[in-house]
Design a protein around this ligand. Structure first.
Ligand code: AMP
Ligand code: MG
Length: 323
């Protein structure tokens, strides 16, 4: 039996929450933060100018809870787990309409990436022990469901506000999306030293999203070797070589693609990843931090290089061109 260690999801959440640690410095307005646990992580809503109050909260919380009941791989009663147990093959037909776009985005990413991104890694994750003993579906949306949930909540808030959306920042386990007016400065964390200075800072505006996939908060240990919880979906082997990937997406891509792409680009690495973006998602920005803590550096797409400020490490730029 492999020796298994899994660092808790709450730790992951707390760490990723701090991605936005830079934001308050940029905000002159008064901010207020609501926080609660859901989907195995921490949800956070940061509001400016009291544009949302405590009484609005239960309705927002219900959105995430409802999506968790459908998409959770840890809850055997979730729609995902029940469909998996029934050996579902046609997810797009079987899943309830609200979550179909999440399945569609996952399957599309799998197709486009030649299965580097692959929701069917569930069984392999369980075999490796990443499931932490929880009920696990063979079909796993853990790489994309939180970003999807952020988009659904952003839409809900915008719809409820009848034309004047409040200025706020949504964060679900490191998947962030800006709603309404305002600029939010978000920091990219140092994956090797959570307390260390930010690797860089990026200002996000209305509808933009940012997501990070990291290797340092969640991993498994086998015979003293640390294995990534992100697998190469083509081979089922844990990925190597990358410590963190951050992706920024425009409104039309949404948080769902920031989430899905950060995982995809983690698997593909900077070379194939930049080519993949050029071909399929030219408006996404990305950065990779190679897993070289002794000589940290950052690899940026050209557009990311233009947006990321205060970069503390040596950086190199990748042009997004098709190979
Ligand atoms: P994220 O933190 O968004 O990068 O998602 C990581 C999670 O996605 C893992 O914990 C697994 O549940 C799942 N996963 C791992 N490898 C893959 C893969 N190649 N394609 C899709 N999902 C994956
Ligand atoms: Mg992801």
């Amino acid at each position: 039996m492999p020796r298994r260690t899994r660092i808790g999801f709450l730790l992951l959440a707390v760490t990723l929450l701090a991605i936005v640690s830079g934001l308050r410095r940029g905000a002159t307005d008064e901010t207020q933060t609501f926080r609660w646990p859901v989907m195995g992580t921490i949800a956070q809503v940061t509001v400016r100018n009291r544009s949302l109050s405590q009484t609005d909260l239960p309705a927002l919380q219900r959105v995430y809870t409802r999506l968790d009941e459908r998409l959770s791989a840890w809850n055997p009663d979730s729609e995902l787990c029940r469909l998996a147990a029934a050996h579902c093959t046609n997810w797009l037909v079987a899943a309830s309409p609200e979550v179909r776009p999440c399945y569609a985005a996952a399957l599309r990413l799998a197709r486009e990436s030649g299965n580097a991104f692959n929701p069917r890694v569930g069984a392999r994750l369980r075999e490796l022990g990443v499931s932490g003993g929880g009920a696990y579906s063979d079909f796993d949306l853990g790489a994309i469901a939180k970003g999807f949930a952020v988009d659904v909540l952003a839409e809900t808030i915008t719809r409820r506000s009848a034309g004047a959306p409040p200025a706020l920042l949504l964060d679900l386990g490191g998947n962030l999306r800006v709603v309404g007016d305002g600029v939010w400065r978000t920091g990219v964390r140092n994956p090797f030293d959570k307390a260390g200075p930010l690797v860089g800072v990026i200002a996000l505006t209305n509808g933009e999203s940012i997501a990070t996939s990291g290797n340092y908060e969640r991993f498994i240990e086998q015979d003293g070797v640390r294995l990534s919880h992100i697998l190469d979906g083509r081979t089922g082997a844990p990925t190597r070589g990358i410590a963190a990937v951050t992706v920024v997406t425009p409104p039309e891509y949404g948080a769902v693609l920031a989430d899905g792409l950060s995982t995809t680009l983690f698997v593909l690495g900077p070379k194939d990843g930049a080519a993949f973006l050029a071909r399929h998602y030219p408006r996404a920005l990305a950065l990779w931090i190679p897993d070289t803590p002794a000589a940290p550096r950052v690899i940026l797409t050209k557009e990311m290089a233009r947006r990321l400020q205060h970069v503390v490490w040596p950086s190199e730029t990748r042009t997004q061109t098709e190979r």
